[in-house]
Write a new protein. Structure first.
Length: 157
């Protein structure tokens, strides 16, 4: 009898007592990952997934504050990230995550060796210093990708 590798086997539905953890990570944790985190929190609330899905965010070299253009872009759609502070993601947090979503930066510094979760790099432009229209387009892309990720995860929980 041959055994299939994990990459060929579809993920089994999670035990209802387990929480699916998603880590949104980038270098500075001041733009893309902050937007993804805010959209993730909104998805949890809107879909009634509190206690089933948890989101965290952090960076490998956090900035001092969330980029002003990101605060303005999110404010334009009534999502407040002004009070958020970029933070460092820990080895333990990534190790405990089912999904590590990087925003266009390598996950090599983030995902531990032997980690059993899934990493996806969304390869998004950095909004820092970009004009409002470009930041809004990046924001909208992140919003769509977070929604799609939650569609996929909701089928498993």
């Amino acid at each position: 009898m041959t055994q299939q590798s994990n990459s060929e086997t579809p993920a089994a539905p999670k035990d209802r007592t387990e929480t699916t953890q998603i880590a949104f990570v980038c270098v500075q944790n001041a733009g893309r990952s902050q937007m993804a985190y805010a959209f993730g929190q909104r998805e949890i609330e809107n879909r009634g997934l509190d206690g089933e899905v948890e989101v965290i965010t952090g960076g490998t070299r956090p900035a001092e504050h969330v980029h002003d253009e990101v605060v303005r872009a999110m404010d334009a759609i009534d999502v407040d990230v002004d009070g958020r502070t970029p933070r460092e993601i820990t080895f333990e947090e990534t190790q405990g995550s089912d999904y590590v979503i990087t925003m266009g930066c390598s996950a090599d510094d983030v995902c531990p060796a032997g980690w059993a979760g899934e990493n996806r790099d969304w390869d998004l432009d950095d909004p820092d210093g970009k004009p409002a229209e470009e930041v809004a387009a990046i924001r909208d892309e992140i919003e769509a990708r977070v929604s799609e990720l939650f569609d996929e995860i909701q089928k498993r929980v």
